[in-house]
Write a protein that binds this ligand. Structure first.
Ligand code: HEC
Ligand code: HEC
Length: 242
C-alpha cells in the first residue's frame, strides 16, 4: 500500500478514459495512466480504433452468432467459469488487435477456446473484432500496453500473492476453468504467449466490469496492491510461459 495516490489517479484516469469523454479529458487520461501502466511515450490512442473502423460490423455480428455465441453468449457477455466476456470495456481498452487476432486465430489450447485460423479468413476475424469493439467507445490502449516494458517484478513475491489471492478463481497454477474456478487459464501458454506484461498489469489493476474479476487497486478493489506487488504478479505469470 505504498502508492495509493498513484493507483487512485490511474483508476480515476481510466474511469475518465472509459467514460468516453471527448476533447481534453480523453487526451489527458492515457497520459495520467502512465503512472500505473507505464506505456511508452508518444503513444496516441486511436490507431487500433481506426483499423477496426474499417471492419464490416454487421458481417462480424453474423459471424459471431455463428461461431462464438454458443460459448461467449449473446452480445459476448460471457458466462463465468464457461467463457469470458468479450464486450466489457476493460478488455476492449487493453486488448490490441494483435492480441485478439492471435487469440481467435490460434485459440487457447488446452482450454475449450478453439483455433479459428483454418475456418475464418483474416478479414472475417477483423470483422468480428470490429463487431466486438462496437461495444466500447473508449480509446484502445492495447498497442501502448503491449509496447510497455515488462517491469522488474519479483516472481517469488508474485507466486506467494498468486497462491493467496488469485488461485481460488484461476486455479493453483493458473489452469483456469479446469480447476472449477471462474477465472480463465492465465497460467497457460495459450494466454501467456499472446498477453503482454502491460496487458496483464492493466487487467490486474482495473479488472473486468460485470465479471467476478474486480480490479486490485484503489479502495473499491478486491485488494489494494502496491506497484511492487502487481509487478511481482506479472513477473510470476510470465515465468509460467513455457
Ligand atoms: C467452445 C467454446 C468457445 C467458442 C466456440 C469460442 N470461444 Fe473464445 N473462449 C472460450 C474460452 C473457454 C475462453 C477462455 C479460455 C481460457 O481459460 O483462457 C475463450 C477466450 C476467448 C478470448 C480471450 C478473452 C480474454 O478475456 O482474454 C477471445 C478474444 C475469444 N475467446 C474470442 C472468440 C471468438 C471471436 C470466437 C468465435 C470466432 C470464440 N472465441 C469462440 C470458449 C470458446
Ligand atoms: C473472484 C474471482 C477472481 C479472483 C480472486 C481473481 N480473478 Fe482474475 N479473472 C477472473 C475472471 C472471472 C476473469 C475473466 C473475466 C470474464 O469471465 O470475462 C479473470 C480474468 C483475469 C485476467 C485476464 C485473463 C484473460 O483471459 O484475458 C487476468 C490477467 C487476471 N484475471 C489476473 C488475476 C490475478 C493476477 C489475480 C490475483 C491478484 C486475479 N486475477 C484474481 C476472476 C478472478
Amino acid at each position: 500500500m505504498h502508492y495509493p495516490i498513484k493507483v487512485i489517479i490511474g483508476l480515476f484516469a481510466a474511469t475518465l478514459c472509459l467514460s468516453g469523454h471527448v476533447g481534453g479529458v480523453q487526451a489527458e487520461a492515457p497520459e495520467k495512466s502512465k503512472t500505473t501502466t507505464t506505456p511508452p511515450p508518444g503513444g496516441v490512442p486511436g490507431g487500433t480504433v481506426a483499423r477496426a473502423a474499417t471492419a464490416d460490423v454487421q458481417h462480424g455480428k453474423t459471424l459471431f452468432k455463428e461461431n462464438c455465441e454458443a460459448c461467449h453468449q449473446e452480445e459476448g457477455r460471457g458466462k463465468p467459469g464457461f467463457a469470458p466476456s468479450l464486450t466489457n470495456p476493460e478488455l476492449l481498452t487493453a486488448a490490441s488487435d494483435r492480441f485478439l487476432t492471435a487469440t481467435i486465430r490460434e485459440g487457447r489450447a488446452p482450454t475449450p477456446m478453439p483455433p479459428f485460423g483454418e475456418i475464418l479468413k483474416a478479414s472475417d476475424i477483423q470483422d468480428i473484432i470490429g463487431y466486438l469493439r462496437s461495444y466500447s467507445q473508449a480509446s484502445v490502449i492495447g498497442d501502448q500496453l503491449d509496447a510497455s516494458p515488462p517491469g522488474m517484478g519479483d516472481p517469488h513475491l508474485g507466486k506467494r500473492l498468486f497462491a493467496q489471492i488469485c488461485a481460488g478463481c484461476h486455479g493453483p497454477n493458473g489452469e483456469g476453468y479446469e480447476s472449477s474456478g471462474s477465472g480463465t487459464a492465465i497460467g497457460k501458454p495459450g494466454f501467456l504467449s499472446k498477453a503482454s506484461a502491460g496487458f496483464i498489469r492493466y487487467i490486474i489493476l482495473h479488472g473486468r466490469s460485470n465479471t467476478p474479476m474486480r480490479g486490485f487497486s484503489g479502495p473499491g478493489g478486491l485488494a489494494n496492491l502496491t506497484n511492487e506487488e502487481v509487478d511481482g504478479l506479472v513477473a510470476y505469470l510470465r515465468s509460467l510461459r513455457n
